[in-house]
Write a protein that binds this ligand. Sequence first.
Ligand code: NAP
Length: 539
Amino acid sequence: MTAQERKANYDVLIIGAGIAGMYMLHRLREIGLTTRVLEAGTDVGGTWYWNRYPGARFDSESYSYGYSFSKELLEEWEWSEHFSPQPENLRYCNFVADKFDLRRDMDFNSKVTAAHFDDDANLWTLETEDGRRRSGRFLITAIGVFAKPMMPAIDGIDSFKGEAYHTATWPHDPVSFAGKRVGVIGTGATAVQLIQEVAKTAAHLNVFQRTPNWCAPLHNRPITAEEQQEIKASYDEIFKKCRASYAGFMHDSDRRRALQTDAAEREAFYEKLYGEPGFGIWMGNFRDVLVDEEANRTISEFVARKIRERVDDPAIADKLVPTNHGFGTRRVPMETRYYEVYNQDNVRLIDLRETPIERITETGIDTSADAHDLDMIVYATGFDAVTGGYSQMDIRGTGGQALTDKWADGVRTFLGLQVEGFPNMFTLVGPHNAASFCNIPRCIEQNVDWMADLMAKVKADGLARVESTADAEAEWTAHVHLMAQRMLFSKTNSWFTGINSNLEGRDQRSVLLYAGGAPGYRDKCDEVAAAGYAGMVLR
Ligand code: NAP
């Protein structure tokens, strides 16, 4: 077959029908490019489709999370709570899909297993699990940062005879905890949301904690009719605030420094933040707490005191206070009476640092100290985050080079949107992209709008091939590393640095996120575009 004969089925193939894939499709349609979205699930929603465990909800203010691109949509949709729960979030995704008639260009049950670039024809061919192939001139990945859930590597894990679930592949039918002996493994943001729910009805809940996290109160509540009107009237302001902030939230760092603030004033500020809804305590704190260890110690000590105040048994409180990392250097789980759960008679905290899990048996979990009989095990063990979604597909660029080989010694990208040697492929919310450390829809809209401008140019100029140069990639990657070094999170093990689970052989921290802030990132993307896509070759 000659290159001429290898014709594309579509102009663009998108992988993923979550928040990013849905909006990308909408924009590409406006441009007039034929587009197909391939989605592993049975419907739209991405993260809100998969993570349907009880307790799942936004940690961003609902009205700062929804799409901003359609005034009509903003007018029509009403959030019921300040931090909306998963069922409503999924309804929102469905509402958007219906409103913009998105599903007619989507294939569901279509998990992409391979994506290969044909160098002569400038064509991407994608294969799905069912063996079907589709080709497109351009490939846009919209797989998010949590496409690959991680099960822990524990002996005997398949032998358990009771119910077992991973939070990220939660069943569509309701799961009842009532009267059951439930074990939850993990204490990340997911587990913290889930544990609060399980503790309400389970006969007994065992929480298997390896590393405690610094959690902060969410202070969620319903949105009143009056607030609803105010929210609708102030959308421009809300999005403007998000646009100016470091990570796309309604909260941005305080210009004062903890270390230059009088102790009483500092304490009062921490108290205020602890009493306010949402991520203010993380994203709206003194400007030095996430970059300076001494400053960080002041907020860590404050939150530790709060934990001790809220947990009755000092020995249990001790186990819940993190000792190996400072506040905010891992993702802060948001909670509603999480710490009080450990005052309940039906809840037990098992510290795996003292008594590690030895094996899972037919009837429960054996630690080095006890055999815990369980009816249900919930794995809230997280993800092979950021890059796992890419490495689970066989992605090959020019000369058959595998993306996993290209990234074997560390991720390299241009703007977190392109990889040299992988022409015509773009990674929305990819590694090294500000969207991977952001109130994601805010950064998704930036990513998608930038992509849409580029694709409009592709159409107008009849371009066949767009790729970044090795120099541009090296320069961006060095910049991403430099930005990460400033942050305390880069000195901590978590999914931010690629170490969050029993990932085989993963003992080196990686630089996966862009820590230079969303506004700076947006400026850089705009500069590249304004300079005729400097750092990229357009043919
Ligand atoms: P995670 O933060 O990576 O937490 C995984 C947990 O499982 C950790 O406590 C980890 O312990 C534990 N774990 C893993 N393997 C284990 C093993 N073999 N034995 C014992 N414990 C083990 O994952 P996540 O909680 O799913 O959260 C991931 C991210 O999703 C969050 O950081 C957040 O960005 C996002 N999320 C967002 C929302 C929201 O917006 N509302 C809600 C939930 C999650 P170690 O810490 O010791 O590794």
